[in-house]
Design a protein. Structure first.
Length: 135
């Protein structure tokens, strides 16, 4: 099948499929006309990639895990190497979440302090003609 049909059947944009191919996650043959041609297994492979990306895995992690993936969800066997890779990614996510929670708490503290001072009665900042910080 050509890239347009795979895109439609897998529910992803063609540029994502080209990205997956560039990352070594998806393989395509080239027809005589130079067009990418995918086999029927490509639909399942793309769905597996999407699920693993949704779990927060990087394309590098997925390239490592994908050969062992079974089914659309996918299921992964509990071999030590895969478990080590997934636990490592989980730890990185936990670390990111902790840093985000600290940033959120610090920002909330600044907002409470600014509200306490009283934003309306306080003189405008020197850089009042600058654009506000985007949300």
């Amino acid at each position: 099948m050509l890239i347009g049909e795979l895109s439609r059947r897998a529910g992803v944009n063609a540029h994502q499929l080209r990205y997956y191919e560039a990352q070594g996650l998806l393989a395509a043959d080239r027809g005589a006309n130079g067009y990418r041609e995918y086999d029927e297994n490509a639909v399942l492979r793309v769905k597996q990639i999407r699920h693993l990306l949704g779990a927060g895995l990087s394309s590098e992690d997925i390239a490592y895990l994908l050969p062992c993936a079974v089914g659309e969800a996918p299921e992964l066997p509990g071999c030590p190497e895969l478990l080590t890779a997934m636990r490592s990614r989980l730890q990185r996510l936990d670390d990111q979440m902790a840093r985000l929670a600290q940033s959120r708490d610090a920002l909330a503290d600044y907002i409470v302090a600014a509200d306490r001072i009283g934003g309306e009665s306080y003189p405008p900042c020197d850089d009042a003609d600058q654009e506000p910080v985007p949300a």
